[in-house]
Design a protein around this ligand. Sequence first.
Ligand SMILES: [Zn+2]
Length: 284
Amino acid sequence: MIYETHAHYSRFRFDDDFDAWKAENGKLSYERFTRESLFAAMKESGIACFIEPSIEFDNIPLQIELAKKYPDFIRLAIGVHPKRAVCTKWKNRKAWERYIRDCNAVAVGETGLDYSMPRKNQRRFMQKMWFKYQIKLADELCLPLVLHIRKADDDAIKILEKFKGKLHGGVAHCFNGDLETAKRYLSLGFYIGVGGMILNDGEWSDGLKNAVKNIPLDKILIETDSPYVAPEEVGDEVTKSKRKKVRNCSLILPIILNKIAEIKGVTAEQVEKATYENAVKLFG
Ligand SMILES: [Zn+2]
């Protein structure tokens, strides 16, 4: 059984029919789906359930509606994504809290810091304000955090360390750092979320691969961040313009499992079993 720990299927990109990546005999190919047929294919390929974290305030009702339709398949994390925090009204936080309590969210997120855009657009003060607020809220509700940290590990870890003792675990989602950074998250009680980045080649991915090789299997979760973070290494038979249109989806998880197994020198079955148990431990 596979536990997808990060995907955004309530997004409009899955509203009509669409092409999405899937694993076929260990290779990537794509197929046309609707949201319904994709969920059926996910269940058939052994995906037991997925976590859908919030990105923005206005999308939360859609998340809740979708989770109601598939109660055994979807669990929600509710929060403010750092990129959206900068344009979210501070007074909305009470409504967030209501949403979290009403929909039995299993985590707060995604939340964190994102310094990947130009400095003038980052509005770090706002990002930090929302991040700290969500850490406190997660403590109040005894919930784990789904962390979104981009190019901001030092600042994020500094903030998290200030709240040490008030943290209830969580995951550093779409982790793309090195072993040292991974260890810092582990020491704060976080799991490491490994997704499609691990499939990319090139020197810049060596740090991530070394981290995955050396962190214990009982600290790893798998995810895709669908429809985002689509795999880059696809056979030449798919044209570049086509690649841009194909959605990422959870059907590529078997390839991610295989890659982690190869890096760690274990079987894909061992990775599947461990990451499933880790996710159950964290999210239920
Ligand atoms: Zn995400």
